[in-house]
Design a protein around this ligand. Structure first.
Ligand SMILES: *[C@@H]1O[C@H](CO)[C@@H](O)[C@H](O)[C@H]1NC(C)=O
Ligand SMILES: *[C@@H]1O[C@H](CO)[C@@H](O)[C@H](O)[C@H]1NC(C)=O
Ligand SMILES: *[C@@H]1O[C@H](CO)[C@@H](O)[C@H](O)[C@H]1NC(C)=O
Ligand SMILES: *[C@@H]1O[C@H](CO)[C@@H](O)[C@H](O)[C@H]1NC(C)=O
Ligand SMILES: *[C@@H]1O[C@H](CO)[C@@H](O)[C@H](O)[C@H]1NC(C)=O
Length: 479
């Protein structure tokens, strides 16, 4: 220890070795305790009490007691009991034979009674990486939800099926209010799960409730063995979700858009008011991006105060400003802050093109054109057609919805799921592909959009001067 003589830190350590060790142990164990506590206080907990009474003897009561995956059939390792009760040859095809559609794969247990008491249903869709949001959506919306999920291969179907068991075990609201429709590519073949033992690993899984995103990630890492291919057919999925909402009104969203608490009731009330009574009216619900460090706003006033601090802003402001520009967030943030009742804040300027709001309307608004596959022009083309047909858009207050996280071009490029394809060596490539593919999908859809606009002009006999104006506003950089 000669070299130690001149070094005071070293001398200190040498003399007080037992004390130093003891303090380190204390620090480490304190850390463990804190981490443990943090794990338990997860921000979303799917144990909230459903306001809907369960039907006597329904699965709801049984499902919340055990923490293991509850299998419908009760068989130990029967793949049948994880997969939905579906006869896979009984599919409906879409118009272009691209997809096979299985409606009501997992129906909400209270669906029939919700249909008699609600005037509005939330229609939403997503791929497996996004659907973990559905838990939070159902706990905020508190009404019927039609969810269309696209799975590209057998691994994804397996993952979805296990995830559904998890959600139906952990959330009474999900089980009661969400009806799930499954869509697969036309050439999809259901694998022989029973023959491949690695699928059984799930049997011992006991993932805690309230962590759907973590659970989905772990399922993807474990079970996504075959690389999925193909673009996401957004507009097909929107139409499927919409058409399974037989209420007078539909609120159409993407699955990561989280509506304000109890907005189904607020819209229900508005539906019964005088101002809702017009034939071609659509009612926009403004969507804000919210900084992840903030709690979900309880009131419009709270949201406005976040917005004034830059913690909340127009959805996609930094990605594609025009998409929601016409909603005029500035105007909205100044109306009805006292929340007297649900009413119209203002009318949307009909001259702003490329508008793609999330709105509530009756379902006789034009359907989403299914030629658009992948990113770009999927919603704005539909809104354009609606406007050409004479639909007017009004912004509702004080209802709003949020998207977690302020988005920039960088944030939307990184994939939201871990990429398990045997490893990191593909990781960078996959991200680059995601980046360029978003752009190329956009370009492809832009070509379709040009046709789409010409067809509208012809079909609705729009005068040439207006057509020129539309051409001028076409912007190929739409997201
Ligand atoms: C069922 O699963 C258990 C545990 O995972 C395993 O030991 C058993 O061999 C499986 N049975 C069959 C018939 O595959
Ligand atoms: C299924 O299992 C049988 C017998 O274990 C085997 O002969 C067959 O090739 C397997 N099929 C597939 C698709 O793996
Ligand atoms: C939702 O709104 C309805 C009607 O305004 C009200 O009766 C109900 O208590 C509300 N539920 C929650 C959870 O706030
Ligand atoms: C938004 O509304 C305000 C009035 O509330 C108006 O002054 C402003 O011009 C509008 N902005 C746009 C882009 O329409
Ligand atoms: C189309 O519009 C023009 C002028 O805007 C009008 O003269 C013509 O009659 C219309 N054609 C049809 C089929 O409505």
């Amino acid at each position: 220890m000669r070299w130690c003589v001149n070094n005071c830190i070293c001398r200190f350590l040498y003399r007080h070795l037992p004390a130093v060790v003891l303090v380190s142990i204390l620090i480490i164990s304190a850390n463990q305790v804190i981490n443990f506590a943090r794990d338990k206080s997860s921000p979303v907990c799917y144990k909230i009490v459903s306001p809907f009474a369960p039907k006597p003897g329904a699965v709801a009561t049984k499902s919340s007691s055990s923490s293991a995956v509850v299998l419908a059939g009760g068989g130990e390792n029967e793949t049948d009991s994880i997969l939905p009760n579906v006869e896979w040859t009984r599919a409906r095809l879409d118009e272009r034979r691209m997809l096979r559609i299985y409606e009501w794969t997992w129906p909400g247990t209270l669906w029939s009674s919700l249909m008699t008491s609600y005037n509005v249903c939330l229609a939403t869709q997503g791929s497996i990486d996004r659907i973990p949001w559905i838990g939070e959506v159902s706990e905020k919306w508190l009404g019927p939800i039609s969810l269309a999920v696209y799975v590209r291969n057998g691994d994804e179907l397996w993952i979805l099926s296990i995830f559904m068991s998890y959600m139906r075990r952990c959330s009474a609201l999900f089980l009661q209010t969400v009806s799930v429709h499954v869509v697969v590519p036309a050439e999809f073949e259901v694998p022989d799960y029973a023959n491949q033992s690695f699928y059984y690993d799930v049997m011992s899984d006991e993932h805690p409730c309230g962590q759907p995103h973590q659970y989905m990630s772990s399922l993807v890492v474990k079970f996504l063995q075959h690389e999925p291919v193909g673009l996401y057919p957004q507009n097909h999925m929107r139409n499927i979700a919409r058409k399974n909402c037989p209420t007078p009104w539909v609120f159409m969203t993407d699955v990561d858009i989280i509506p304000r608490l109890n907005s189904s009731s607020m819209i229900n009330t508005f539906y019964n008011s005088i101002s809702s009574k017009c034939q071609k009216c659509a009612f926009v619900i403004p969507v804000f991006e919210l900084d992840k460090s903030m709690p979900y706003p309880q009131t419009k006033k709270e949201l406005a105060s976040y917005a004034s601090k830059g913690m909340a802003r127009q959805f996609h402001l930094k990605i594609y400003k025009f998409g929601h520009w016409a909603t005029n967030y500035t105007a909205w943030l100044s109306t009805n802050l006292q929340e007297e009742s649900t009413k119209i804040s203002h009318i949307v300027d009909s001259k702003v093109n490329h508008y793609e709001p999330f709105y509530v309307s009756s379902d006789d608004i034009p359907k989403h054109d299914e030629r658009f596959v992948g990113y770009g022009f999927t919603r704005s083309s539909q809104v354009l057609e609606a406007r050409v047909m004479g639909w007017k858009f009004f912004v509702l207050t004080p209802i709003f919805a949020i998207h977690w996280g302020l988005q920039t071009p960088q944030t939307i490029r990184s994939p939201s799921l871990p990429i398990p394809f045997h490893a990191m060596k593909y990781n960078i490539k996959a991200i680059n592909q995601a980046k360029s593919s978003r752009r190329s999908q956009n370009l492809r859809n832009h070509v379709i959009y040009t046709d789409f606009v010409s067809e509208l002009v012809a079909r609705y006999n729009i005068s040439v001067s207006r057509r020129k104006a539309q051409r001028k506003q076409v912007n190929p950089r739409q997201q």
